[in-house]
Write a protein that binds this ligand. Structure first.
Ligand code: MLT
Length: 365
């Protein structure tokens, strides 16, 4: 276990995250460990000062300034992603453990790819092949992994608040990769980045300051969605107007304090949207019958071809995945050019590189 403060931005080191990032070498040629040599990304990252943030449990840990900082770092790593060898030595010698207690395709692979592209070592915990199936507690499991000497633990758990408990038990930085119905902060960050990227392309390369002026609908199972909670915080922090669209049974009991409006009528609002963000019905979390049928849900809330035709011509279609085609989105709409779903996945890697660098990068080397 690394001592708290040595592995993160706590006790901020007022200098670059990685001395090698600022060392001039020919761009794109691999070093002895296969990492690319410095280029424009290194210029952006040179002199990077990590803020006093040690863990990422909620979008609220970053706030507006922190979100914008992650966007700026993501731009640098997006440039790295375009190189023939999309790898930099920024976190060489660091170890990132992924601890997923719930199924995942995108988030786990994306974090592991991000860590490898920063030259960190990666340790993968898979519940089915672990001592958890013999009854080992979460605390014993994470203390065991931490004792092997890790710098960051990326954790997904079915219980809301589990990552927060884990911060009491480990010395590593803890990153919430989705906890129950609570939050999924890196999903929200990659969503903001993907919208910002689409706006930038539309404005001939001029990067928008934030998401002000956009009307974003989040549609579907808001009640059980950690993605919805993180997205609401992030979109609102960047100035977007957020409307939740769902049947009353799939809205939280109270929206007090949420910076949103809500409606049950998708068709009355669809023509005003700049972004429509669809959610999967979280069947594994329903616990009771909240919908007459999935067919009826599709008929009232699914993004059908007819509804897609009612969107503004430049409206963006988003989904965190996994998509259930024929329920929240029809198959042909999922594959339309306006659908940013694969762009979200692609951006997930660079945004998670930014998050890992933000938490671990300061004082490296
Ligand atoms: C999540 O883990 O929350 C996913 O990204 C969204 C989903 O499972 O529907």
């Amino acid at each position: 276990m690394r001592a708290p403060g040595t592995s993160t931005g706590t006790g901020v080191t007022p200098d670059t995250g990685d001395a090698e990032l600022g060392t001039p070498r020919a761009t794109g040629s691999p070093d002895s460990e296969g990492a690319s040599s410095p280029g424009a990304a290194e210029d952006l990252l040179a002199g990077y000062r990590a803020p006093a943030v040690r863990h990422l449990l909620s979008v609220a840990d970053l706030g507006r300034d922190g979100i914008l900082e992650i966007m700026r770092l993501s731009d640098a790593f997006a440039e790295v992603a375009e190189r023939p060898i999309p790898k930099v030595p920024a976190l060489r010698g660091r170890t990132v453990a992924t601890v997923f207690m719930e199924p995942s395709t995108r988030t786990r692979l994306s974090f592991e790819t991000a860590a490898k592209r920063l030259s960190a070592d990666v340790m993968t915990f898979t519940v089915a092949t672990s001592a958890s199936v013999k009854g080992e507690s979460l605390r014993d499991t994470v203390e065991t992994i931490d004792a092997m000497g890790i710098d960051a633990m990326v954790i997904r758990h079915h219980a809301s608040g589990a990552p927060l408990r884990v911060t009491d038990w480990v010395g590593a930085s803890v990153i919430n990769a989705g906890d129950g119905t609570h939050e999924h902060p890196t999903q929200a960050l990659l969503d903001c980045y993907t919208i910002r990227e689409a706006l930038t392309a539309r404005r001939d390369g001029e990067v928008p300051a934030d998401l002000r002026g956009l009307r974003i609908a989040i549609v579907g199972d808001i009640k059980h969605s950690r993605v919805a909670r993180s997205d609401v915080l992030a979109f609102a922090a960047l100035g977007a107007e957020v409307v939740l669209v769902a049947p009353p049974t799939l809205l939280p009991a109270s929206l007090e304090g949420w910076p949103v409006s809500a409606t049950g009528d998708l068709d009355s609002t669809i023509g005003d949207l700049d972004v429509i963000y669809l959610l999967r019905i979280q069947s594994e979390r329903l616990g009771e019958v909240l919908l007459p049928s999935l067919d009826e849900y599709h008929w009232r809330y699914g993004l059908t071809r007819a509804r897609a035709d009612a969107l503004k011509p430049d409206a963006l279609i988003m989904h965190p995945g996994p998509m259930i085609r024929g329920v929240e989105i029809s198959p042909e709409v999922a594959d339309m050019p306006a659908s940013l779903v694969t762009r979200q996945v692609r951006n997930g890697v660079v945004v998670r590189m930014a998050v890992l660098f933000h938490l671990l990068g300061s004082g490296v080397m």
